[in-house]
Design a protein around this ligand. Structure first.
Ligand code: ZN
Length: 127
Protein backbone atom coordinates (compact mmCIF):
# COMPACT_ATOMS: atom_id res chain seq x y z
CA UNK A 1 0.00 0.00 0.00
CA UNK A 2 1.43 3.40 -0.90
CA UNK A 3 1.68 6.13 1.71
CA UNK A 4 -1.21 7.99 0.14
CA UNK A 5 -3.39 4.85 0.06
CA UNK A 6 -2.59 4.20 3.72
CA UNK A 7 -3.70 7.74 4.60
CA UNK A 8 -6.93 7.31 2.66
CA UNK A 9 -7.52 3.93 4.33
CA UNK A 10 -7.13 5.56 7.75
CA UNK A 11 -9.81 8.09 6.79
CA UNK A 12 -12.26 5.40 5.58
CA UNK A 13 -11.65 3.27 8.68
CA UNK A 14 -12.68 6.32 10.67
CA UNK A 15 -15.94 6.55 8.73
CA UNK A 16 -16.61 2.87 9.51
CA UNK A 17 -16.12 3.71 13.18
CA UNK A 18 -18.38 6.76 12.96
CA UNK A 19 -15.44 9.20 13.13
CA UNK A 20 -14.77 12.05 10.74
CA UNK A 21 -10.98 12.11 10.70
CA UNK A 22 -8.84 14.98 9.46
CA UNK A 23 -5.27 16.16 9.91
CA UNK A 24 -3.89 18.99 12.02
CA UNK A 25 -0.35 20.23 11.41
CA UNK A 26 2.13 19.68 14.24
CA UNK A 27 3.99 22.80 13.09
CA UNK A 28 1.58 25.60 12.13
CA UNK A 29 -1.66 24.10 13.44
CA UNK A 30 -3.48 24.25 10.09
CA UNK A 31 -6.30 21.76 9.56
CA UNK A 32 -6.40 19.80 6.30
CA UNK A 33 -9.03 17.40 5.08
CA UNK A 34 -7.28 15.69 2.15
CA UNK A 35 -4.75 13.58 4.02
CA UNK A 36 -1.12 14.10 3.03
CA UNK A 37 2.18 13.05 4.56
CA UNK A 38 3.00 16.76 5.03
CA UNK A 39 1.19 20.02 5.75
CA UNK A 40 0.16 21.82 2.56
CA UNK A 41 0.89 25.16 4.23
CA UNK A 42 4.26 24.68 5.95
CA UNK A 43 5.50 21.17 5.15
CA UNK A 44 5.60 19.88 8.73
CA UNK A 45 4.14 16.51 9.68
CA UNK A 46 0.40 16.47 10.34
CA UNK A 47 -1.28 14.52 13.14
CA UNK A 48 -4.67 12.83 12.91
CA UNK A 49 -7.61 14.34 14.75
CA UNK A 50 -11.32 13.60 14.96
CA UNK A 51 -13.82 16.30 14.02
CA UNK A 52 -16.92 16.94 16.12
CA UNK A 53 -18.68 16.76 12.75
CA UNK A 54 -20.35 20.15 13.03
CA UNK A 55 -20.14 22.72 10.29
CA UNK A 56 -21.81 25.26 8.02
CA UNK A 57 -22.92 24.67 4.43
CA UNK A 58 -20.70 26.64 2.06
CA UNK A 59 -22.18 25.43 -1.27
CA UNK A 60 -24.83 23.04 -2.57
CA UNK A 61 -24.77 21.25 -5.93
CA UNK A 62 -27.76 19.26 -7.16
CA UNK A 63 -26.69 16.05 -8.95
CA UNK A 64 -29.21 14.92 -11.57
CA UNK A 65 -27.13 12.22 -13.23
CA UNK A 66 -25.45 9.47 -11.23
CA UNK A 67 -21.67 9.12 -11.66
CA UNK A 68 -21.89 5.32 -11.14
CA UNK A 69 -24.72 2.73 -11.15
CA UNK A 70 -24.48 2.61 -7.34
CA UNK A 71 -25.84 6.13 -7.17
CA UNK A 72 -28.50 5.81 -9.87
CA UNK A 73 -31.28 5.08 -7.39
CA UNK A 74 -30.37 8.20 -5.40
CA UNK A 75 -30.68 10.89 -8.06
CA UNK A 76 -31.38 13.67 -7.73
CA UNK A 77 -29.28 14.29 -4.63
CA UNK A 78 -27.26 17.13 -3.18
CA UNK A 79 -23.50 17.35 -2.83
CA UNK A 80 -22.32 19.89 -0.28
CA UNK A 81 -19.19 21.80 0.48
CA UNK A 82 -19.14 22.13 4.26
CA UNK A 83 -16.88 24.31 6.39
CA UNK A 84 -16.21 22.26 9.50
CA UNK A 85 -15.84 24.09 12.78
CA UNK A 86 -12.24 22.83 13.11
CA UNK A 87 -11.25 24.90 10.08
CA UNK A 88 -11.30 22.61 7.05
CA UNK A 89 -13.65 22.31 4.10
CA UNK A 90 -14.92 19.02 2.67
CA UNK A 91 -17.27 17.71 0.02
CA UNK A 92 -19.97 15.21 1.02
CA UNK A 93 -23.54 14.13 0.47
CA UNK A 94 -26.24 16.15 2.13
CA UNK A 95 -29.82 15.63 3.18
CA UNK A 96 -32.36 17.13 0.74
CA UNK A 97 -33.28 20.78 1.17
CA UNK A 98 -30.12 22.13 2.75
CA UNK A 99 -29.10 25.65 1.76
CA UNK A 100 -25.98 27.78 2.09
CA UNK A 101 -25.43 28.88 5.67
CA UNK A 102 -27.29 25.97 7.28
CA UNK A 103 -25.68 24.44 10.36
CA UNK A 104 -25.14 20.73 9.79
CA UNK A 105 -23.88 17.61 11.55
CA UNK A 106 -22.17 14.66 9.90
CA UNK A 107 -23.53 11.13 9.88
CA UNK A 108 -22.45 8.06 7.93
CA UNK A 109 -24.41 6.21 5.28
CA UNK A 110 -23.61 2.78 3.91
CA UNK A 111 -22.87 2.73 0.16
CA UNK A 112 -21.41 -0.48 -1.25
CA UNK A 113 -18.31 -1.33 0.74
CA UNK A 114 -17.99 2.11 2.31
CA UNK A 115 -19.59 4.27 4.94
CA UNK A 116 -19.93 7.70 3.33
CA UNK A 117 -20.08 10.95 5.29
CA UNK A 118 -23.48 12.62 4.88
CA UNK A 119 -24.62 15.86 6.47
CA UNK A 120 -28.00 16.65 7.99
CA UNK A 121 -29.44 19.87 9.38
CA UNK A 122 -28.56 20.51 12.98
CA UNK A 123 -31.72 20.74 15.10
CA UNK A 124 -32.63 24.27 16.25
CA UNK A 125 -30.99 25.19 19.54
CA UNK A 126 -28.10 22.80 19.02
CA UNK A 127 -24.82 24.40 18.16
ZN1 ZN B 1 1.71 23.40 8.83
Amino acid sequence: MSGRDALAAHFWQGCEAGELRYQRCSGCGAAQFHARPFCARCGAAPLWAVSRGLGTVYAVTRVERAPTPDFARRVPYDILLVDLDEGFRMMAHGAPGLVIGDRVRVGFERSGTRALPRFERLPEGDS
